[in-house]
Structure formats: C-alpha cells, structure tokens
Design a binder for this molecule. Structure first.
Ligand SMILES: [Zn+2]
Ligand SMILES: [Zn+2]
Length: 233
C-alpha cells in the first residue's frame, strides 16, 4: 500500500484536496507531471459508435449488426494505470475531491472532441448501492463537469429501478446488454426533446449506457451520447 494511503486511512478523506499523485504517491498534485505524460489516452481512429480503438475508424465487429439506443460513446482514456487508480480512489476510498480534477480532464477532452449534448445526466446508482457508498461518483463527475462547461445537470430524472449485481467478467456482450435491459427509467418528461450527454466513470461493454439511452429516448430525449472518463478496450 502506498504510504499516503496508510497516512490518510480512516479519516474523512473528502475534506482533503488530493495532495499526492494517485499514480506514484509523489507529493504535489493529484497527478504529477511524469504520470500525466503517461496518461493512457485513447486516440483516434475509434469506432464511431462505441468509441473503442478501431484502425479503420469504421464500425467495429461488435457494433456491426447490434441495434443500440445510444448514439455514441466517447472516452478520453483507457481504463488503465493512473486513471484506473484514480477512479478506484474516487469510487471505493471516498476520495470525492478527485471528482474535480478528473472532470477537468473530461472537459479538456470535450473541448477538442465536441459531442452533442445540452444537458448532463449522470448514470444513476440503485438506491441500495447509493446507500452503501454514500454518493454516486458519476453524479460528482457530472456536477464538476457542469460547473466547468456551464451545462445544466439533471440527476433526479433518470433512475435505476432494478438492482443488478456487478457483471462477471465472463459474461458476453449480449448477456451484459440483456442483464441491464429495463434497469433504468425516467421519472417524468423533463428530458423530452433534449440532447442528453450521459456521464459515467467507466464503461466496459457499453451495456449500461445503452440501457440508460433506451430509457431516455422512451421518454422523449432526441439524442443520447455517452461520455465516460475511461473505458475498457
Ligand atoms: Zn505520479
Ligand atoms: Zn464499436
């Protein structure tokens, strides 16, 4: 375990702005200059739908023939190295202050890779999961991103109505899509006619984002894109 983790363990971590690099533990900033150079950036060409690296820049094999509701998913980073560590700390070690610098990385990406979206909607947690964790990391990211981009955030319309256990690594993409089907719903028609940008921390198969998009479109959203901090490729 890194020394700074030992030092901070057991106290209210979210009151502290991260002063140690999440990658190497060096004191100074949340990602030091040398770790920043090693950020696992996802660069084009990518599949226009799911955003995974795809040499030709055309639909990847797993998107061909798949009917989806999400218009597209983009991510600045692979779920790897320093980004993976940062997300882990944001999510499981109560280091909520990481949401601001991580959202800044997402806004930097958006500035050079604009996506359709007039309103930010975080992927919701089921209320049982929210009670366990105490906060929704995607909601924190969306709020920070909203304050940087000046886009409004709506985090009380889309809800997760079905509790789904974490997906096993062995499940296929089809199984993942089926497992979350109908897991989400909109409480009201507030997002009708809106261009929605869904926000999440990590995406694996895109199944969760797609299920959210299905619920949003069923209640009238015109476009739904997904922006995730990192994705597994
Ligand atoms: Zn570092
Ligand atoms: Zn694809």
């Amino acid at each position: 375990m890194l020394p700074q983790v030992v030092k901070l363990k057991g106290i209210a971590l979210d009151f502290f702005f991260p002063r140690w690099c999440v990658g190497c533990g060096r004191e100074g900033s949340f990602i030091c200059d040398s770790c920043r150079r090693l950020l696992p950036r996802l660069s084009p060409p990518v599949c226009p739908r799911c955003g995974k690296p795809q040499p030709s820049g055309i639909l990847c094999p797993s998107c061909i023939g798949r009917q989806v509701q999400i218009d597209g998913i983009r991510s600045p980073f692979r779920f790897d190295s320093v980004i993976r560590q940062a997300i882990h700390q944001l999510k499981y070690q109560n280091l909520r202050a990481l949401a601001a610098p991580l959202a800044k990385l997402m806004s930097d990406y958006l500035a050079s890779n604009p996506l359709p979206g007039e309103i930010l909607v975080p992927v919701p947690l089921h209320r049982k999961r929210l009670r366990e964790r105490g906060y929704n990391q995607s909601s924190l990211l969306a709020k920070e991103l909203g304050s940087i981009t000046k886009l409004p955030v709506t985090d009380d319309c889309l809800v997760r109505r079905r509790y789904t256990p974490p997906q096993a690594r062995t499940t296929t993409v089809d199984e993942r899509h089926n497992n979350v089907l109908d897991a989400f719903a909109c409480r009201d028609q507030r997002l009708k006619g809106k261009e929605v940008l869904l926000i999440d921390d990590v995406s694996t198969s895109g199944a969760t984002l797609n299920a959210c998009a299905a619920a949003l479109k069923a209640s009238g959203a015109t476009t739904v894109w997904g922006l995730v901090l990192a994705r597994e490729v």
